[in-house]
Design a protein. Structure first.
Length: 122
């Protein structure tokens, strides 16, 4: 979905190359988005690629359901991301950079109690 949103439409060869998976895997993912998540994802012959038809979605724009975490889960995920960044700093940045920012915001907004790290330093 991120690739389609970014480019407007994407072809099967582009998806296979970008995601480094087989055509069968891409088809399974497309089927999952359509059938299980009700994504209005269609092949557009005029663009020679897959597009998301937002006008077909309730509210006029399709969005994936939100993910809910407890503060301890957010902290654990951010800790894992920090460890990965220590080994190879840019390995996941394109994929998880926006998520990491959102998780930091969720953690700071979600609790007024000190995190385990803050408790240690006090």
């Amino acid at each position: 979905m991120r690739l389609i949103r970014k480019r407007g439409s994407v072809s099967m060869p582009f998806l296979k190359k970008e995601l480094e998976v087989s055509e069968a895997s891409v088809k399974r993912d497309i089927d999952f988005l359509r059938d299980r998540l009700n994504c209005p994802l269609e092949w557009d012959p005029s663009k020679s690629g897959y597009v998301i038809r937002d006008q077909l979605a309730p509210g006029g724009r399709f969005e994936l359901a939100g993910v809910w975490f407890e503060a301890s889960e957010v902290l654990a995920l951010l800790t894992m991301l920090h460890l990965v960044e220590g080994v190879q700093p840019t390995l996941l940045e394109d994929h998880v950079g926006p998520l990491k920012n959102r998780l930091h915001n969720m953690l700071s907004e979600g609790t007024n109690s000190p995190t385990p790290i803050e408790k240690k330093s006090n």
